[in-house]
Design a protein around this ligand. Structure first.
Ligand SMILES: Cc1cc2nc3c(=O)[nH]c(=O)nc-3n(C[C@H](O)[C@H](O)[C@H](O)COP(=O)(O)OP(=O)(O)OC[C@H]3O[C@@H](n4cnc5c(N)ncnc54)[C@H](O)[C@@H]3O)c2cc1C
Length: 492
């Protein structure tokens, strides 16, 4: 009888937690409702979204759920097989709060599925026979197979229900498609957040390294391509003395349960980052690309954003940062050698951006040989002297021969880098941020502006690094400024 089986399941639950998982299999599709519908669809890095409108009492919907979940397993969550491509969501129209939302999409039967780029759902709707709507109804989705077929037809993809992680045959190379860099904005957030997690986990903030971290944070506050990372970095910077007191080496009072100290509670690029996966930097095999690729992209994107007068500061901040905090011994050693071989100070953005580009190419050149011998590289993303012709034909001088060394047109290379790591990198992101109306965000944004205006021209980075007490005073000043300012919007 039902009551007996219920009792049995409670008993079993007490014995073994796994049973609970069996009784309530993990949901991959994201439940959304009217309160977070716009925010979830605006903030997702995914290129497309599926929204299922259903009602929890509807038997057909209950029967359909395992089909929908089989497809959602492929795309949603940190363990997704193909993360960051499609966001699978559902809205329960039986909940009163969702009435208006379901009406906006003319939901007249359950389940009803829609497909569009996520941003089209934000403040969007759907009406039957409406022309020119970028939101499409999915008209053949009765089983998991049919839903995935419909998606494959729409995207020209070949996803399979039995795909396993890292069978990334569908990955298109970023060598020929300059537009792909727009997806890297999520990777620079991921890399920034991962960097700070590593620093804290490995307790790398010491009296001799905290100055370098402060410098790097200043660079992030002023020039990180992601607004939320700028805001998070500003928060860390302003409270740095509290988070990392000068006597940090000797004291254990800063430690909380996870041993990361007070900084461990800060999510430097917002609460959903790190997401646990990579977009532009995703490898076609497990353990390739990812973090180190994201870090390179972050460094290049900083290099093209700085002002001429900040170039020497940026050079020092990046060199010291890699030396003190990049947890790859060979990488730090080589990079440090390249930093040490620079003779004069940098006077402008161009020279510094080109130095970083050519240093990265030196690493590429070395690794291309190593990876060919050891077969450790990613076959879909072989190391190469960059940018290839397909990305920038004008970067190479016309008489340039591949086998006698490439003759670069450095003005063209700089122009290309500025466009690629500047405008293109934030092209999808900017649109999304224009919708932000969060007040605390606006206040912090204002702080970021004041930090940028105040610190960099004064060269306070060095002063702060040397004298932490001066930093305390600056922090107080910033806080009082922040309170007295009116919120200011977009800083992009
Ligand atoms: C500072 C630093 C030093 C490193 N040193 C070493 C090392 O000594 N030994 C080692 O084994 N690994 C090193 N690595 C890791 C290595 O360089 C790669 O990051 C890693 O192998 C992943 O490679 P990838 O194919 O994702 O491309 P990456 O080399 O990580 O490049 C990421 C993306 O940047 C773009 N790019 C490529 N070249 C350039 C360029 N010259 N200028 C601008 N953009 C470019 C491409 O779009 C590429 O996809 C280092 C990483 C960093 C951040």
């Amino acid at each position: 009888s039902p009551s007996r089986s219920l009792l049995r399941s409670i008993e079993d639950n007490n014995k073994n937690d796994n049973v609970v998982a069996d009784l309530h299999p993990h949901d991959y599709a994201v439940d959304i409702n009217v309160t977070n519908f716009d925010a979830v669809l605006r903030d997702t890095p995914a290129t497309f979204a599926v929204v299922e409108f259903f009602a929890h009492w509807c038997p057909a919907c209950r029967n359909y759920k395992p089909h929908y979940e089989r497809v959602a397993r492929l795309f949603n969550g940190p363990d997704a097989v193909h993360p960051g491509i499609i966001l699978m969501t559902r809205v329960d129209c039986a909940l009163k709060i969702n009435n208006k939302l379901c009406d906006k999409f003319s939901v007249d039967h359950y389940p009803m599925l829609f497909w569009a780029p996520p941003s089209k759902f934000v403040s969007g709707g759907w009406k039957p026979k409406q022309e020119k709507n970028e939101i499409h109804i999915i008209d053949d989705a009765r089983t998991a197979d049919r839903l995935l077929n419909w998606i494959n037809k729409q995207m020209g993809s070949s996803f399979g229900l039995d795909d396993e992680k890292f069978e990334n045959e569908h990955l298109s190379s970023n060598v020929s498609d300059p537009g792909q860099i727009a997806r890297a904005v999520y990777d620079v957030e991921e890399a920034t957040s991962t960097t700070f997690d590593i620093i804290l986990e490995h307790k790398m903030i010491k009296s001799e390294t905290r100055g370098s971290l402060i410098k790097f944070l200043q660079l992030l506050v002023a020039h990180h391509p992601s607004k939320r990372c700028r805001m998070g970095s500003a928060e860390v910077l302003v409270n740095f003395d509290e988070f990392c007191p000068l006597d940090m080496d000797s004291t254990s009072k800063q430690e909380n349960n996870d041993g990361k100290g007070a900084l461990g509670n800060i999510q430097i690029c917002g609460k959903e980052v790190p997401r646990g996966y990579w977009m532009f930097c995703r490898g076609s095999k497990n353990d390739t690309r990812g973090f180190s690729c994201g870090l390179w992209v972050l460094l290049h994107s900083l290099s093209v954003r700085i002002e001429d007068g900040e170039s020497q500061f940026a050079f020092q901040a990046i060199c010291e940062f890699v030396h003190n905090f990049f947890i790859c011994e060979e990488c730090r050693q080589h990079f440090y050698e390249m930093c040490s071989s620079v003779s004069g100070p940098f006077n402008n953005t161009r020279d510094f951006a080109l130095w970083l580009w050519s240093s990265h190419n030196k690493v590429n050149e070395r690794l291309s040989k190593e990876e060919a011998t050891l077969r450790t590289g990613d076959p879909k993303f072989p190391k190469m002297i960059w940018p290839p012709k397909q990305l920038c034909s004008s970067c190479r001088q016309s008489q340039s021969q591949e086998n006698s060394g490439i003759q670069w047109d450095q003005d063209e290379v700089f122009k290309f880098l500025t466009d690629y790591y500047g405008k293109k990198l934030v092209s999808i992101y900017k649109d999304k941020n224009n919708h932000e109306s969060d007040k605390s965000g606006a206040a912090l944004d204002d702080l970021v502006v004041s930090t940028n205006a105040f610190v960099v021209p004064l060269g306070a980075a060095l002063a702060i690094a040397v004298a932490s007490c001066a930093f305390g005073a600056l922090a107080c000043y910033w806080r009082s400024q922040q309170k007295s300012r009116k919120p200011r919007k977009s800083w992009n």
